[in-house]
Write a protein that binds this ligand. Structure first.
Ligand SMILES: [Zn+2]
Length: 149
């Protein structure tokens, strides 16, 4: 099987989020058959919803389409290390593999902070691959916050 990255699509979603004035984070959810079933960028400002992170939006959309609260065998691509909330949702949805780009020392919850997947109360741990397209994901965030200062 040839490994195919969907990070370019996640980056496009992050760019679109930035253009909307949202923190530039993008996510893509891929079915076990390799189909993109949902893609989104952050929409917390637009939806007045602090939980409207890209990861939550794609998981919600895919669960609704599938009629299931769980997505076993699905892969999630996200441009930034998920926060503790999103990591918890990823575990609850039984996502098989998590691919992320930039690490997030400030708000990340996977490799730092609460390290959700290492916690004894975490019932499902996805395979985690970090650093995919980290440089462009980081550049998007840096530019976004620089423009706001
Ligand atoms: Zn999050």
């Amino acid at each position: 099987m040839v490994f195919r990255t969907y990070m370019d699509q996640a980056l496009a979603e992050a760019e679109a989020a930035s253009a909307r004035g949202e923190v530039p984070v993008g996510a893509v959810l891929v079915s076990p058959a390799g189909e993109v079933v949902a893609r989104a960028g952050n929409r917390t400002r637009e939806l007045f919803d602090p939980t409207a992170h890209a990861e939550v939006l794609v998981i919600r959309a895919a669960c609704e389409a599938l009629g299931s609260e769980r997505l076993p065998g699905y892969d999630l691509y996200v441009t930034l290390e998920p926060c503790p909330m999103c990591a918890t949702v990823i575990s609850a949805a039984r996502i098989a593999r998590l691919y992320y780009g930039a690490s997030d020392p400030k708000s990340g919850g996977v490799a730092q902070g609460p390290r959700i997947f290492s916690h004894s109360q975490c019932h499902h741990v996805p395979e985690v691959y970090d650093g995919l397209s980290a440089a462009p994901a980081e550049a998007l965030l840096k530019d976004f916050f620089a423009a706001r200062r």
